[in-house]
Unconditional design. Sequence first.
Length: 764
Amino acid sequence: MPDDELRSEQEFIDVLYARVDALRGGTEASVADALAQGNTPMQARLERDVLVAERSGLLAALNAVDGSLCFGRIDLAPDGSPSGGRGGHPSGTTHHIGRIGIRDDDAAHTPILIDWRAPVARPFYLATGHTPMGLRRRRHITTEGRTVSALHDEILDLGDRERTGHEDPTGDAVLLAALNSARTGRMNDIVQTIQAEQDRIIRAPHRGVLVVEGGPGTGKTAVALHRAAYLLYEHRELLAKRAVLIVGPNPAFLGYIGEVLPALGETGVLLATVGELYPGVTATASDTPAAAAVKGRADMAEVLAAVVRDRQTLPDPVIAIEHDRDVLMLDSGLVGVARERTRDAGLPHNVAREHFEGHILNALTDMLAERIGTDPFDGSNLLDPSDITQIRDELAENPEVWAAVDTLWPRLTPQRLVADFLAEPDRHLDASDADAVRRPVTRAWTVSDVPLLDEAAELLGVDDRVARAAVEQERDRQIAYAQGVLDVSYASRTYEFEDKDEEDAEVLSAHDIIDAERMAERHEEDDHRSAAERAAADRTWAFGHIIVDEAQELSPMAWRLLMRRSPTRSMTLVGDPAQTAEAAGVGSWADILHPYVEDRWEHTRLAVNYRTPSEIMEVAAAVPRAGRPDFEPPSSVRSTGVRPWLRETADLAGTVEKSVAELAPAEGRLAVIAPRGLHPELAARLDGITAGAEPDLTRAVVLLDPRQSKGLEFDAVLVVEPGSFGTSDLYVALTRATQTLGIVHTGELPRALADAVRAGTLAD
Ligand SMILES: Nc1ncnc2c1ncn2[C@@H]1O[C@H](COP(=O)(O)OP(=O)(O)OP(=O)(O)O)[C@@H](O)[C@H]1O
């Protein structure tokens, strides 16, 4: 009886939540207890902090998954049945599958809910009637809050006669319900309905670079995020320390996907655009496409290296240094030798400066020693080594020497170097490239400046002598402080225990087990930030894994930056070359990857479009096909029976207003995708619309330019003036809708759309 099935699932869910509530209560209490301990001795505080961090993570996960904790169940085939194969199970063995794993409170800590990422859960995603993987039945459990609202069963053992009354004959009712549901402006996880081709990528054992390619709506982003969650589960220890970085094309997109991983109980991930990966720099200005293309080119690495070399100058013709009533001449020959020797060491500019200083001081010392110490009779030098050392020390005290070194080999910051180069690029670029990138020194940074800054930081290195000295000083200070703490603890021990019996006096104090130096080290480790937070503040952080979405958009210079953050080359790259919009984007995966991993990377493909109904996809695919007749779009998993439509008008704003009113879904989201130049006019006409650089995607109607719409999706989309979009921008814009698409234009239509009207795939 169906009701019995529902009732028994509800009973299970009730037990599950009772356990979760108990766990949550216990965890909250232990965190509160630990925090209430206040300022306890250092060792105990350390332990307390570890406990608080761990438990807070568990608490965050429990809170995040509340309401949709369990979504599936697998019933294993008993021994002897065809599905059970040789490794069958006792009759009645079932596993419930959920967003996180939960164990019972019994002595064996029996699992009551299996984490979707555990190997036991895998048949839930892969089993078919043809290959049942030991299952007899798969059940999707739909809940509203803590109440079971529906069950969908698939029979995988065709010989099994038992029926539940919840059978789903096609097996895709849950998937279709998810795809047809109203959009919210935030991406959802797909953990309940991951498809087999997606599951294989999510759990791919490959440790190096994995490329996931697929057309619009094939779930690339969803797969990438679930792969991050899977890797965090599978390699928890390593990745908790080194963090996972997810790179997306713009902040609005990162906001759109930002809730998926927390909903899966994972918070230790850093989401960033390339423009956010240079700590301390915020890219607020934008580049022209021509400037972005020049700045993104691979040869900019050599250009910047030349810019740095340019700052290692020679005297023109000499620098005179007054020293002790003598005048010493630094000429270009002498400085040239010092410069070559310094360069030969192959160190970054600021680090190499110490060597340059040494060479210059030696040269001046030789010069002076020769002048004052040469025997006029036989030309031999009368000075002994201690005289020479003294001369060198005195020269090192002379500010004129340091002024000369500052001119010849200045300390440089990446910001200064790049800003100066962009203000006067002519020495290093040809005229048209220089014109494209030239800008005032005070202008704000752009996203394409960030890889240049990162490159400059590598070329310059950090002269950390001052910082090292400061660290040493701080360490001495902490040791002194720790010594003070230990002295106090020793004193208080005497005071506390002096009147007690012998036994108590034997109690060990911190003083007995830890010395001041170790205690100071512990204090240094006392950094409460998560790995992701520390990574965000550290330009040289090496991430455990990097996921790049819309990877086709990144320039060669951006790849250089990302590869530096991934010395192990453990990366998942997701993209679709047909959607490449950026002029600086790279054409083929092989071109991108060869410099870093040669051909040691794997390529996978997703071929089913879960977003765009076939009626819309037919029109959209004609756009790239106009230039590439062999172009194959992904095949849509759904059709709606609703043809997209097109309207020509003389009154653009009026027609857009009317069309928005028609298209706006009762529930869900609508996007108007229009060229940026039209935004002020359209925004003024459309009440309550959200627009701008980072529009609020949760609002009912949002106005975007084609680039901003990348990676996003809406129930309904209105494309305005498609004739002004480039091919890939138009393809992106046309593939954003899950239900309906309208097009409004005044000007000429792109050929593909005009053909679609003639063919009747686009209604007019
Ligand atoms: N297995 C699935 N179950 C439910 N929904 C899915 C599944 N796979 C994909 N989707 C949905 O399909 C839509 C498109 O997915 P996604 O945005 O990941 O595609 P994409 O390949 O990154 O697209 P684009 O390249 O156009 O940005 C999303 O709403 C996603 O949740």
